[in-house]
Design a protein around this ligand. Structure first.
Ligand SMILES: [Zn+2]
Length: 252
């Protein structure tokens, strides 16, 4: 993709794609298409909450392959997306595992060998399906120290945190600081607070050259959030932001 340094980019990521969320992701893909947006980064979880390997679900794999064929990017997003086999929790991690997330911070404190094994299994799955999988995004963007080095050694092209995009291969763009718009749907007060936060954040981002919008499977179910997402998309496109994927963005 040809871009210049002044091009304004809009990166939308659709989180937590697996057979249980297939209908919601398909709805989000269609929702974006109505704005003429035909590329996003779709974050795929190989065995969501230990509920079986997604390659056993042909319907889901066909749908994901179709998203890729249409221009969307498929990204490895954790492996189990839970903490069933994680190290015992420490006082120092409880905030991230219990409050910030609902026990989903899989890669927060995994030993290196375990992390590598899961990354290899995830990558083998992507390869078996013909999915490119250039990047890796940890559940809730929470990563153990050293994970970015491991990802780089394994040849992943990039990873992201809530506040930055981290290219990992030599010759790619520099680290880019940009906070993602992201909603919380777990409780009414969280939805209310994230609506206010995102409005404030969008106000700050609209004059920069990058807007990141992260959607989770239930986000369009709530009318207030759906309305705000609609406003953000319309306003961003009107201001000249070009939709792209993380993979294309870091490879510019
Ligand atoms: Zn996730």
């Amino acid at each position: 993709m040809l871009t210049t340094s002044i091009q304004k980019s809009l990166i939308i990521s659709l989180h937590d794609a697996h057979p249980g969320s297939q209908a919601q992701i398909a709805e989000q893909v269609a929702f974006l298409a109505a704005y003429g947006i035909t590329c996003s980064s779709i974050l795929i979880v190989p065995e969501f909450h230990h509920s079986g390997l997604i390659s056993e679900n042909k319907e889901f794999c066909d749908a994901a392959s179709d998203w890729q064929a249409k221009g969307h990017e498929l990204v490895l997003h954790g492996y189990f997306h839970d903490r069933q086999e994680s190290p015992p929790e420490k006082l120092s991690t409880v905030f991230w595992t219990r409050l910030y997330t609902n026990r989903e911070a899989e890669f927060l404190d995994l030993p290196r060998e375990t992390a590598q094994l899961r990354l290899e299994r995830g990558r083998a799955l992507f390869k078996s399906q013909g999915w490119r999988g250039r990047g890796f995004v940890a559940p809730a963007w929470l990563m153990a120290g050293g994970l970015t080095n491991l990802l780089a050694e394994m040849g992943f092209a990039y990873t992201t945190r809530v506040g930055e995009i981290i290219p990992l291969l030599p010759g790619l763009n520099q680290l880019k600081t940009s906070r993602s718009l992201c909603y919380s749907t777990r409780a009414g007060w969280r939805r209310f607070a994230s609506g206010i936060w995102n409005k404030y954040l969008y106000g700050r981002l609209r004059d920069t050259d990058l807007i990141r919008l992260s959607l989770h499977p239930r986000d369009l179910e709530f009318p207030l959030m759906r309305r705000q997402i609609d406003q953000i998309l319309r306003a961003s496109l009107k201001r000249g932001f070009q939709p792209t994927t993380y993979g294309d963005y870091v490879a510019r």
